[in-house]
Design a protein around this ligand. Structure first.
Ligand code: OSB
Ligand code: MG
Length: 379
């Protein structure tokens, strides 16, 4: 049994070591909402909201998520006894449309609190089966092919097991060709377009088939499963969907329509761990691989992603880079790291997410905080 009595929301500002550019926008400093949820028994757990600064990846931003959590979502769970964290997603879904990232932050926090209540690791609680997860890198759009090649070579030398390069019109075929030529045919390479193309670009995108990419991620519109299905017919390269898969039904539609053959699961995008696991299981039944995407999370969101990525059908490397790739200094101890083979150890021997929030650092970075408590009257 779980009963959340208080949720402390904070916003921290965390500068990236270098700006991260995708086709739909650029980020130099993350504004991250962190949650500390405390159960009636006094056990607390942390989670992170992955909503961005601007509505370029999805409609949500940190400010809309803050509002949704405070006004509609936190009141749903505060003071309410729930039998288990697997019920929280449906509780938050009922009569509240959208706001998946806000829902996910609360839902994932409930899983973390439960892991601590049961004195088990978050990975074990979710049904993880792996003690190490393979890591890929997501490289932002660079000034030219040479700069991209240099980044990609360094990433291979660091041990990353998958290289993802961001593309957009004007920075695509020549960039990918240069990387493939430099890395050779053995390296797992993929491209992510973040919705930058139209179906009319199909012939141009088909030029990427020459480079043996393991997948192309989200080439077309966020909500556009129909045209992705048409595009997939014209490409040899498997399409992987990210932005489009906002819930289990969208994933069923993708499979029914043939809009993609791989899914990038980001728990924030789909509303938490429960829908992530449902999508994971659905894909597994259909023989489709999934992998865990990233949203430039701090060490707290990363911990949650790594626990999820330990589930069996996460068979491709996730965007789960070590802390130092993003930050001068992370907000957790120990910082996240990978070995020379690009594997991150899952902290199975620890309770909960397996890293501790660095409270001094978090306090230094905090620009706003708000305490939400149970109002009388929640059953
Ligand atoms: O499309 O996967 C994406 C970052 C922000 C928004 C969207 C995406 C990304 C990434 C970063 O690719 C992956 C990471 O966190 O390393
Ligand atoms: Mg993506």
């Amino acid at each position: 049994m779980l009963r959340i009595e208080r949720i402390e929301l904070r916003e921290i500002r965390l500068p990236l070591r270098e700006p991260f550019r995708i086709s739909s926008g650029v980020c130099a400093e993350r504004r991250i909402a962190l949650l500390e949820l405390t159960d009636a028994s006094g056990v607390a757990g942390w989670s992170e909201c992955v909503a961005g600064e601007e509505p370029n990846y999805s409609a949500e931003t940190i400010d809309t998520a803050w509002h949704a959590m405070k006004e509609w979502l936190a009141p749903r769970v505060l003071g309410r006894p729930v039998d288990g964290p697997e019920l929280v997603h449906d509780l938050l879904e009922r009569d509240i449309a959208g706001h998946n990232m806000a829902k996910a932050a609360i839902e994932m926090g409930c899983w973390e609190v439960t892991a601590r209540l049961r004195e088990t690791s978050l990975s074990r609680l979710l049904g993880g089966t792996r003690d190490r997860v393979p890591t890929g890198i997501s490289i932002g759009i660079q000034s030219g092919p040479d700069a991209l090649v240099e980044r990609a070579k360094r990433a291979v030398a660091d041990g990353y097991r998958k290289i993802k390069v961001k593309i957009q019109p004007g920075a695509d075929v020549a960039y990918v060709r240069a990387v493939r030529d430099a890395l050779g045919s053995e390296v797992s390479l993929m491209a992510d377009a973040n919705s930058a193309y139209r179906l009319a670009d199909a012939a141009h995108l088909a030029e990427l088939d020459a480079f043996g990419l393991i997948m192309i991620e989200q080439p077309l519109g966020r909500d556009d499963l129909v045209r992705h299905a048409e595009l997939q017919k014209r490409l040899k390269t498997p399409i992987c969907l990210d932005e489009s898969i906002t819930d289990l039904d969208r994933c069923e539609d993708m499979i029914a329509l043939g809009s993609g053959r791989i899914v990038n699961i980001k728990p924030g995008r789909v509303g938490g761990f429960t829908p992530s696991m449902r999508i994971h299981d659905l894909c597994q039944r259909h023989g489709l691989p999934v992998w865990c995407g990233g949203m430039l999370e701090s060490g707290i969101g990363r911990a949650h992603n790594i626990a999820l990525a330990s589930l069996p059908n996460f068979s491709l490397p996730g965007d789960l880079s070590p802390s130092r790739r993003y930050w001068e200094r992370d907000i957790v101890t120990p910082a996240w790291d990978m070995d020379r083979d690009g594997l991150v150890p899952v902290p199975l021997g620890k309770v909960g997410m397996g890293v501790a929030p660095d409270m001094g650092r978090i306090d230094d970075l905090t620009v706003r905080r708000e305490l939400l408590v149970a109002q009388r009257g929640n059953p």
